[in-house]
Design a protein around this ligand. Sequence first.
Ligand code: PMP
Length: 358
Amino acid sequence: MSNNYQNMGKIHNFSAGPSILSKETILGCIDGIKDFAGTSLSVLEVSHRGKEFVAIVDESKKIIKELLNINDDYDIIFLGGGASLQFCMIPFNFLHTKAAYINTGTWSSNAIKEAKIFGEVLEIASSEDKNFNYIPKNISIPTDADYLHFTSNNTIFGTQFKEFPHTNLPLICDMSSDILSRKINVSDFDIIYAGAQKNMGPAGVTVVIIKKDYLVNAKTNIPTMMKYKIHVEKESMFNTPPVFPIFAMYQNLLWVQKLGGVDAMQKRAAIRADLLYQNIDNSNAFEGTVEKEDRSQMNACFKLLDNTLEENFLADCKSAGISGIKGHRSVGGFRASMYNALPIESVEALVNIMNKYK
Ligand code: PMP
């Protein structure tokens, strides 16, 4: 078994998720696997109710609160089941008659599909007419729905809400692919949820930020595991939480904090995205696939004007140690996912290869 980590960080990892994590995060995980918090046990083999692990949960919540400036009106819980479980838990708890959804592609479509099981869904806006290459604007939002749900960043199509919908309805957002990369005002939301496997940590844990007052609206006659209220009351310990993903997320939160928090992440995201998009726009070989004003800072989707060169380009990327940029099958072309831990050098490496195609 190899004991050196010299090759770590040598690949430019543009994977859409699970995705790049900082070296510090991974080394912190390795330490915890070997000896967790001085217990002489691995974090893989300790009780979730032991004081050392409870401290990790508490500390992770505290750091998320600090990073996102969350006040005491909110609770934070860590659940299994991915963001996809939230697609069903939200309507299970809060869809009494009808709910409004904005459809910006695969993930919102999946959320809509689940919600329809529980009640009426008003799809109040959609960008499906142009294969989800833009964010709908000037949306007319009803006043009598149970809540409004939207996806802040569409990971697959590479679109991102720059301004969030204004509404008096309870606002619920899937922030799986841009949480912790931009400053947000949590007080505008009733629920924010995010699968951790992009900016927060590894796959296996989903972070749910929920307004305490909103919980009173939840249905009571639903299965216990589906109840946000129970998970909040039991402080994410109603059942065994995903212990190791939470521990790894904690390592990553420490790293985000050390680098300067969300402010620093937002600056890094802008520098990376500007470099790549400028290069796409100045190129006579590539073009972006998304309306410019709606371009995601996390997932840049682009294609070659001459698509017969696609295999060449992917091979050149591979030789330069660039991994994970093949576009999602529903869009084609390429997708460079540039999450928090991606260094600017990786984008420079990609741009160098792209310039060969000018
Ligand atoms: N929402 C968004 C925006 C996503 O990118 C994804 C995929 N990672 C999901 C939801 C589904 O997440 P999961 O695979 O954790 O269920």
